[in-house]
Design a protein around this ligand. Structure first.
Ligand code: NAD
Ligand code: UDP
Length: 309
């Protein structure tokens, strides 16, 4: 099996490269390093079944030989990153997805899109099921990411219906773990970095907004299972264990053993007030559910950040 992973030098992508190599695949990692890092894949580069191609997938890509799977994970993903690179985010979700579908069509590959819970926007339905169409402000600051992913889903379905491409769409909910960047601006690296440095923990708004955090190995297992089933509609993957952001700050502070205070900051525009996946579809289709409890996942991630800091 030969598997091409775009965004393979990023947080989730690097775990996927590792997993597919372990499963015996030849892995081609394509990344322009806009938000990823070579150090995420350093430990894989001696493997003769691993190739790294430095390339912006918003431009066409030619690869020699057959490809069995194209996993399209390239995209800035943290709000700080996509606010910094709104045009690149829109391009990789539109032109990048189009290019990678073209590659999958030429090679007759299976194609999997990394979509996101952000397609639901600031949801009016809770928890979010795959048949909910979402509540997105297309001209707001998060619109560049949300609409890029919504377009991606639309073009994936069009390629499936028109060209018969064997596609999958995974809607990923907040995922965390080793190899997140300490400075990526997401809530978990922010809180862990702040607690480790003894700085105040910055809670945006009053901290009553909720998220549901999934440990990366659970997500990777779900993605591998999804590739194996014949199903083309979107599938939510995430951990339904929901917490308020204030509670999350307190958990991390306690885990680090720090005594820092909590500092409240203004809530960013269009910040979703609630988020929790309904994973009935994944449970039934993939016999999948998350296995790593938050306390355990946070402990492992903290070890990583302790080394990094
Ligand atoms: P990340 O920023 O660590 O990884 C994204 C990778 O894509 C980076 O290595 C980056 O350099 C690369 N990239 C971006 N634009 C590119 C381009 N034009 N050409 C080539 N490479 C490019 O983020 P992540 O958290 O690992 O997210 C990976 C994917 O999963 C993204 O598509 C994201 O939308 C999706 N996702 C992640 C989460 C999460 O909680 N981590 C949630 C929902 C969806
Ligand atoms: N957040 C926070 N403090 C921070 C960073 C984020 O309170 O230092 C909040 C943010 O407003 C959001 C939640 O944590 O409500 C998750 O933010 P993140 O950027 O991780 O991702 P999102 O789920 O919003 O895409």
């Amino acid at each position: 099996m030969r598997t091409l992973i775009t965004g393979g030098a990023g947080f989730i992508g690097s775990h996927l490269c590792e997993r597919f190599l372990r499963d015996g695949h030849e892995v081609i990692c394509v990344d322009n390093l806009i938000t990823g890092r070579l150090q995420n894949i350093d430990h894989l580069r001696d493997n003769p079944r691993f190739t790294f191609i430095a390339h912006d997938v918003s431009r066409p890509l030619h690869v020699d030989g057959p490809i069995d799977n194209v996993l399209h994970f390239a995209s800035p993903a943290s709000p700080i990153d996509y606010l910094k690179y709104p045009i690149q985010t829109l391009k990789v979700g539109s032109l990048g997805t189009h290019n990678m579908l073209g590659l999958a069509k030429a090679k007759r590959s299976r194609f999997l899109l990394a979509s996101t819970s952000e397609v639901y926007g600031d949801p009016e339905q809770h928890p979010q099921r795959e048949d909910y169409w979402g509540h997105v402000n297309c001209v707001g600051v998060r619109g560049c990411y949300d609409e890029a992913k919504r377009f991606s889903e639309a073009i994936v379905m069009a390629y499936h219906r028109t060209h018969g491409i064997d596609t999958r769409i995974v809607r990923i909910f907040n995922t965390y773990g080793e190899r997140m960047r300490l400075d990526d601006g997401r809530v978990l690296p922010n809180f862990m970095g702040q607690a480790l440095r003894g700085e105040p923990l910055t809670v945006y708004g009053d901290g009553s907004q909720t998220r549901s955090f999934c440990y990366v190995s659970d997500l990777v297992e779900g993605i591998c299972r999804l590739l194996q089933v014949d199903f083309h509609e979107p599938v939510n993957l995430g951990n339904p264990d929901e917490v308020t952001i204030l509670q999350f700050a307190e958990e991390i502070r306690d885990l680090v053993g720090a005594s820092c205070r909590i500092e409240f900051r203004p809530l960013p525009q269009d910040d979703p007030k609630v988020r929790r996946p309904d994973i009935t579809r994944a449970r039934e289709l993939l016999q999948w559910e998350p296995k790593v409890p938050r306390a355990e996942g946070l402990r492992r991630t903290l070890e990583h950040f302790r080394r990094e800091i």
